[in-house]
Write a protein that binds this ligand. Structure first.
Ligand code: AOS
Ligand code: ZN
Ligand code: ZN
Ligand code: ZN
Length: 426
């Protein structure tokens, strides 16, 4: 299933006049305040967010999984789904693959398909959190941290295999997320687990191509509920530093304890040049993997404020790998991802509205009220016309979800693919 340019433009006709009115009003207001609206639109147009290959079907919880139907059965169909997102938004020009769930059978075929949909291969993700068919050894008690050298070696080799798969696709980074840890006090020796992990990561790092990055994701809980080996940004930072210049921390928004000041973590990592990538999502309680911006949009804005500051002031920090990491239990995954893409762009646009010089002066004068007013003024601006305009300029849909529904995409997918469900395997 593909969406073509004409279908989108046809659909845009109903809302183009309203958008032009809204855009003119917003850009005039902003121009009067001295904001360079064109520069913001350009930045929005350049923002490309990778879609995780595991987020295109129904997710679920340990209690149940409910299908959506028409879900992708294989890697080709996953890429086609991302092609739909990208045609509508022109902001989803990359995929983050999960190995072994997405091992390509036909590399050239997959590359040609992705290319035709303007999709690049972003970070490849290794998986040592579940046992694979025919695996010689089990990860039940850990992978890179395991007390058994043979099990560690199997996990190291898997990561090297993932790098090699990524090389064939044009990926430039490996994301490592470990489920390793302990569910009960006393189960693990913390130092042994950490030392084993550090040594294993160094072995993987040694095989990394020159122009690659290693992204180390942290998470304080789940599936282990007493401790995880890489529990927080400090541990991730320490391991990345121990590995070397090409290793960085990856921040997943759901991987923090309640009320954690994530924007400050972002700021610190960027200052040190060690923020490599992002997994966007939102959460109320834990690693809920909900739609970006659905629960704490102001926090998302504050995070983007630090990202924008870092991108302008920390040349030592590399370009970030922007990724969504979400799971869909109730909504159509494609609609949910469209909402997440929009939320990311809105938060980015609002952060770009902040007058950094004015903010700096207010901070130097300890004028807290003005500091807060500057942030609130940006946050309260309705930037949706800017985001829609950026999309329109690239040939995308003014209202992606409306267009997706008008074009009956999900029904078409069900017609083509049948009622197959990843969730239930039926
Ligand atoms: C797990 O909690 C992490 O967020 C991972 O980044 C990701 O969800 C996983 O690798 C996908 O299975
Ligand atoms: Zn993640
Ligand atoms: Zn997670
Ligand atoms: Zn998550």
């Amino acid at each position: 299933m593909r969406i073509n340019q004409n279908q989108i433009q046809e659909n845009n006709k109903t809302s183009i006049k309203t958008l032009e009115e809204q855009f003119n009003y917003t850009s005039n207001t902003l121009n009067n305040k001295g904001v360079d609206v064109n520069a913001i639109i350009k930045k929005l147009q350049n923002l490309q967010i990778a879609i995780p290959s595991w987020a295109l079907g129904a997710g679920g919880t340990r209690f149940g999984r409910f299908s959506f139907f028409g879900e992708p059965k294989n890697l080709e169909q996953k890429i086609e789904d991302i092609g739909i997102l990208n045609a509508l938004t022109h902001s989803a020009g990359a995929v983050s693959l999960h190995i072994p769930w997405d091992i390509p059978e036909d590399y050239n075929g997959i590359k040609t398909l992705a290319n035709s949909l303007n999709i690049k291969f972003d970070a490849v993700n290794s998986n040592t959190f579940q046992d694979q068919n025919n695996a010689a050894l089990s990860y039940k008690f850990g992978s890179l941290s395991n007390t058994s050298k043979d099990i560690r070696q199997q996990a190291i080799q898997h990561n090297i295999d993932v790098i090699n798969i990524g090389k064939k696709l044009g990926s430039k980074s490996l994301t490592v997320w470990l489920a390793d840890g302990a569910s009960f006090p006393g189960q693990n020796n913390f130092q042994t687990a950490l030392i084993n992990t550090e040594n294993s990561l160094k072995e993987i790092y040694a095989t990394l191509p020159k122009d690659w990055k290693m992204l180390i994701e942290y998470k304080p809980f789940e599936p282990n509920f007493y401790s995880t080996v890489i529990q927080d940004w400090g541990t991730s930072f320490m391991l990345a530093t121990a590995c070397g210049d090409k290793a960085y921390s990856l921040v997943d928004l759901g991987h923090h304890l309640p009320n954690c000041n994530i924007e400050q973590i972002v700021s610190t990592l960027m200052y040190k040049g060690k923020l490599g990538g992002f997994h966007f999502n939102d959460s109320k309680y834990g690693d809920d993997d909900l739609t970006v911006g659905s629960i704490k949009p102001y926090t998302l804005f504050l995070i983007f404020n630090e990202l924008v500051y870092g991108m302008e002031n920390n040349p030592n920090n590399p370009d970030l790998e922007w990724m969504i990491d979400a799971s869909h239990n109730l909504k159509d995954p494609l609609e949910d991802l469209l909402q997440s893409l929009e939320a990311i762009q809105e938060a980015f646009a609002k952060a770009l509205l902040i007058d950094q010089n004015k903010l700096k002066n207010a901070q130097l004068n300890n004028d807290i009220v003005t500091c807060q007013e500057i942030l609130h003024d940006a946050y309260r601006t309705d930037v949706r016309p800017l985001v829609a305009k950026a999309r329109l300029n690239l040939g995308g849909a003014i209202n992606p979800i409306e267009t997706y529904r008008a074009l009956n995409v999900r029904n078409q997918l069900i017609k083509e693919r049948g009622k197959y469900s990843i969730a239930t395997g039926l």
